[in-house]
Ligand binder design. Structure first.
Ligand code: HPA
Length: 250
């Protein structure tokens, strides 16, 4: 049962801290066999339940998506005994259902990232094992955790989409209109910069992982005018309030 396991949240843009949660302890993660994690792991207590929290971009939001040490982040959590990980992520909405502020629990991924350390199994011996392994990734997210997230959303009266294809792009720039058109033709509903390799790495080391995405903006070409950081931050304020309600219900 997921509820008996140690749960971690990897917070993204707009969720650098879990306010409303009481800090129990701060666990310094100086180094892992794969390098430094993005932040300390903070144990928080939310409604009496302990959760470990790691800030994906660093607590001061200084690490861009392509420079995040995804391997170190997941390894650091695993070292703390974590078995279940929720990756909170800001995204752009491609399909009409993913309006700004919308919460989505995606069920599929297409990976467009490049040049990232994307596997624990690169042929050499490491803390994660030795040699070559090919994990099954047909369904990239943990079905049981997705179910828990969706039921929690329901209880918290948060409207959360129960399907969606996440396009993971390289960033840090946003996409061109033609790129979004291509992603749409590929069947993608939402676009973000951090979904991969995080999901695959979690699967490689046996973590039950799901994504809780929040739309920060319409993707390029889906609304008029430029996409501004003000707009993104404004929508995220509202969207992350919903995520916090969902997490509290969970
Ligand atoms: N594209 C990629 N990543 C994002 C976006 C976007 O439009 N909005 C928030 N993260």
């Amino acid at each position: 049962m997921i509820t008996d396991k140690i749960l971690a949240v990897i917070g993204g843009t707009g969720l650098e801290q879990m306010d409303g949660a009481e800090i129990v302890q701060r666990i310094r993660v100086k180094n892992t066999p794969f390098g430094a994690a993005s932040s300390d792991i903070v144990e928080v207590s939310l409604d009496g339940r302990s959760i470990l929290f790691l800030s994906r971009h660093g607590e001061d939001h200084s690490i861009p998506p392509h420079k995040i040490n995804y391997r170190a982040n997941l390894w650091a959590l695993k070292e703390q005994g974590v078995e279940v990980v929720i990756g909170v992520a800001a995204v752009g909405g491609i399909s009409s259902m993913v309006a700004p502020g919308q919460v989505v629990i995606p069920d599929q991924i297409v990976d467009y990232t490049w040049g990232r350390e994307h596997t624990f199994f690169d042929g050499s011996e490491s803390a994660a094992g030795a040699g070559v392994e090919h994990i099954d990734f047909s369904w990239p997210y943990c079905a049981e955790l997705r179910g828990w997230l969706l039921r929690a959303a329901n209880r918290a009266k948060v409207d959360a989409l129960d399907v969606g294809v996440y396009a993971a792009t390289q960033g840090p720039r946003l996409e061109s209109v033609a790129e979004i058109r291509r992603l749409e033709q590929d069947g993608c509903d939402l676009v973000g910069m951090t979904g991969m390799p995080e999901a695959a790495l979690a699967r490689e080391i046996g973590l039950c992982y799901a994504c809780c995405a929040v739309s920060a903006n319409w993707a390029a070409g889906k609304s008029e005018g430029e996409i501004t950081m003000e707009e993104i931050n404004e929508n995220l304020k509202e969207g992350m309030a919903r995520v916090k309600a969902l997490l509290a219900a969970l």
